[in-house]
Design a protein around this ligand. Sequence first.
Ligand code: PEP
Ligand code: MG
Length: 583
Amino acid sequence: MLVKRGIAVSPGVAIGAAWIFGAERLRVRHYTTKSAIDTDIARFRAALDAVCVEIEGNQKIANQQLGEQYGAIFGAHLLMARSPQLTDEIERLIREKINTPEYACKQVLERYAEVFRNLGNQYHAERAHDINDLQSRLLRYLLGKQRQELGDLSKPVIVLARNLTPSETASLKREFVLGFATEEGGPTSHTAILAGALELPAVVGIGDFLSEIENGDKVIIDGNRGEVIINPVESVLAEYLESQQKFRTNYAALEIERTAEPITADGERIQMLGNIEFPGETEHCLERGADGIGLYRTEFLYLGATKEPSEEDHYNAYCEVIHSLGDREVVIRTLDLGADKVPSVGVHHPASANPALGLRSIRLSLQYLEGFKIQLRAILRAAKHAQSGRVKIMFPMISSLYEFRQAKMVVRDVMDDLDEAGVPFQREVPVGMMVEVPSAAILAEEFAAEVDFFSIGTNDLIQYTLAVDRGDPAVSSHYRTGDPAILRLISMVVKAAENHKIPVTVCGQMSSDPKFLPLLIGLGIRRISVTPHAIPELKAVLRQLNIPQCKDIATHAEWLGLSRVIDNYLQGELRKICPQLGR
Ligand code: PEP
Ligand code: MG
């Protein structure tokens, strides 16, 4: 039995067979058999030929598109792959040591790479990368049959991967995936958020562990504690089967909360909205008693799509949400592509050394104006099917007043175009912004005079304020939601919103964590937008709170001043308020 610890990002317990995504991480068998030596040598030669054809293809493309000096890079790869010395060494290991071709390739190429690395200059270090690249290509071909795609899944498994992109996570078939665990990823990465939306127990940021697992091993994902247990002993398995049952029962016990009003014990009505990525999730939100949708992440229309969404695709998706909601509100956030959400279709998204600080979000929309207008037309047309003011437009990642004004101007232009073309659309559409860049929080007073509403995106606000990549497990201990700087910024935004009488919501993951609920209410927040599955539990906590108590908690937390201490304090308060949650 092996226990690995990571970051718990989606609660629940999943038990099942391991299914490793990405052949590069498959365990390589050491020995073949004497009788298989000739077949294995033939397999190696076929893989080498296929790799050479692939490299020649890349060389041709590089020659044509970039010039021969770039094509020469692949020429060097080809020379290496065709080197008789390399082939001899690998074949000797297969023949004499009865090694599998996979193992022999790894052994020889890793040794070559090591020699280059130790030569001690940049040029040779780069050659070591080239050798690694050759090794992965060869392994990919040799392991080809074992390589599986997410789309191939036909029975329920636990998916284990180095990393899953948001589009890969979005394409997971719910019926065949019991849960997942990844070596990379942080607590508020979009992959983690999707795990919550799909209600799959998940652990991310475990670090290197895939080389210790084989396909089919029994695995437990503990999404409550952030643990992955490989090949559990009988007693542990029995314990987990019981806790899986308990989790389901607790969840069912919260059922009653779904229909309850989100109201504090002293009668303050809080708006509890849901966050969605796909139109189908609207029903999940309503089943759990959401007041509406406080954040619709529309970029998921692009992720996993095989062609660029047309105006009608946008329009149909928005109409679906609007119709499901009846007279409830929906905040449609315009595309937040970029960083880890890289579209494979449509918008050209250039590579960047620091993608989270690059051409992301509203910056990309303002640059790719044609696509932005298509989306706005679709929203304004779809909003015609809702009561006025019920559909709201929100711009993500606004970092300056100028940017907000530019984006708003595009809305006006699109309205003029629709008017001119005689296309029916909704004129009464409030236009607001995410507050998720520190500059927006600092200038909240100025922004509040121009926008119709604020929504605080704590996921990015924390990332940008504390300079911590939200997807990087190496710095996840620095990603502190309760940091005093974050509390101060939230407080500033709430005050600005109060001064200008505009609504303010918190839609980052912070508001889905019940421990932060008393604090947020104490800071003056009256609207939260959360992961749908968190709603019943949040309602249960909310109904135990009263406003003076929340204000005291907020004042005390601000006074404590250290994020770790604040965290422990809030956890303790939650335990006192709601002992039945058992945290
Ligand atoms: C946020 O940053 O808090 C947010 C809600 O937006 P996203 O998670 O989609 O970046
Ligand atoms: Mg964000």
